[in-house]
Design a protein around this ligand. Structure first.
Ligand SMILES: Cc1cc2nc3c(=O)[nH]c(=O)nc-3n(C[C@H](O)[C@H](O)[C@H](O)COP(=O)(O)OP(=O)(O)OC[C@H]3O[C@@H](n4cnc5c(N)ncnc54)[C@H](O)[C@@H]3O)c2cc1C
Length: 328
């Protein structure tokens, strides 16, 4: 399984396949975990979630942004979603990534794009979550948030439990609304815990700390063991329900999402949309290769998927055999 994880992680970073995927639209099973390709489809999905008592955090998918034009398009799309959420009166806020808004192009340019988004959302008292990416973008993303917090209060971010520094970061940002996750990227041992046991232990420690000391905690996980632990912890420590929520990704453990909302917990679904779905989808496969069943089914039942499916498959097999040889 670890080899498969590595293969999907490197597939997620393949720009050629990423461009092909954009051209071909939602394929390979991605439509079950991506809410739509445009704002109208996304608002429709949010309305369906709201009807189940679930709020949404909306992410306009985008990776490998190295041209200013692409970053500006992303900014405009996000502002369009903010207006759409407001006009339709749906219960939703925004998640975004600094690289999509130009962090790899120019820090100040990225800051200006972010600032326009945060300003547009603050008119409606709407929260903006800065998602966290790989280690190389971690400190710059915190710096951008620090700048924004000088002027706006509707901003928060993510703490990734696999990083050793997460304990210091959560202490520093305890007065913010924070999403706490295990961490989705492959990180070296210099910065990050590597084993599931270590990551899970740190994850629980950080959640408990923020529930007791922090402003608002979004517990973002599909792990039922963590969710059950949190349910017991909040009960024992009398943490009011307004202080936390559970979050899961769109299309994952749908029954559990609905059940938690029915049990009266605040629940928020992460709703990704757009045509730039490829990297997001590959990271989800890296986390849970069982999701590969979805891909296989789609690739072999729909002929139009074959081009991307085949290319991804050949690339994956190449990587896999190279790794297996090396491991031997
Ligand atoms: C809303 C949300 C936002 C996120 N934002 C970020 C971010 O900004 N930055 C970042 O680095 N990462 C982010 N992540 C990803 C996160 O870091 C993890 O990589 C991802 O959630 C996988 O870890 P897990 O806690 O869900 O459980 P895992 O450790 O993957 O799984 C634990 C156990 O839970 C069960 N399980 C898990 N998934 C399923 C399933 N689909 N069906 C049935 N059982 C299952 C299995 O028993 C599994 O062994 C986000 C995740 C969520 C849910």
């Amino acid at each position: 399984m670890p080899i498969l994880k590595d293969v999907f992680m490197s597939l997620s970073q393949n720009q050629l396949l990423n461009s092909a995927a954009k051209k071909y639209g939602l394929k390979m099973g991605a439509q079950s975990v991506v809410a739509g390709t445009n704002v109208a489809e996304t608002i429709k999905s949010i309305k369906e979630l709201n009807a189940l008592g679930i709020s949404a955090t909306v992410d306009n998918l985008g990776e490998f942004v190295f041209e200013k034009e692409e970053a500006i398009t992303a900014k405009n799309n996000i502002i369009e979603v903010i207006e759409g959420i407001h006009e339709n009166g749906v219960d939703a806020h925004i998640s975004l990534k600094a690289t999509q808004l130009g962090l790899d192009i120019d820090y100040d340019f990225c800051y200006q794009n972010l600032k326009e988004i945060v300003a547009a959302a603050s008119k409606y008292d709407m929260h903006i979550n800065i998602d966290m990416e790989d280690y190389g973008h971690l400190q710059p993303s915190f710096d951008l948030m620090d700048e924004l917090l000088k002027e706006y209060s509707n901003v928060g971010t993510v703490i990734q439990a696999y990083f050793y520094r997460a304990t210091d970061d959560i202490e520093k940002y305890k007065n913010l609304r924070l999403r706490i996750v295990k961490g989705a990227y492959k990180e070296p041992v210099e910065y990050a815990y590597q084993t599931k046991e270590e990551i899970d232990a740190n994850y629980i420690k950080l959640i408990e700390y923020h529930l007791l000391n922090g402003k608002f905690t979004s517990i973002a996980t599909h792990d039922h063991n963590v969710i059950n632990h949190v349910k017991q912890f909040v009960e024992e420590n009398q943490i009011p329900r307004e202080k936390y929520e559970f979050q899961m990704l769109y299309g994952f453990r749908k029954d559990m999402q609905v059940d938690l909302a029915k049990q009266g917990y605040n629940f928020c679904t992460y709703v990704p949309f757009g045509d730039d779905w490829y990297g997001y989808f590959m990271r989800r496969l890296a986390e849970r290769p069982q999701n590969l069943n979805l891909v296989v089914k789609q690739v072999f039942t729909k002929r139009t998927n074959t081009a991307i499916g085949l290319a991804a498959g050949i690339f994956a097999l190449g990587r896999l055999s190279a790794k297996t040889k090396k491991n031997k």
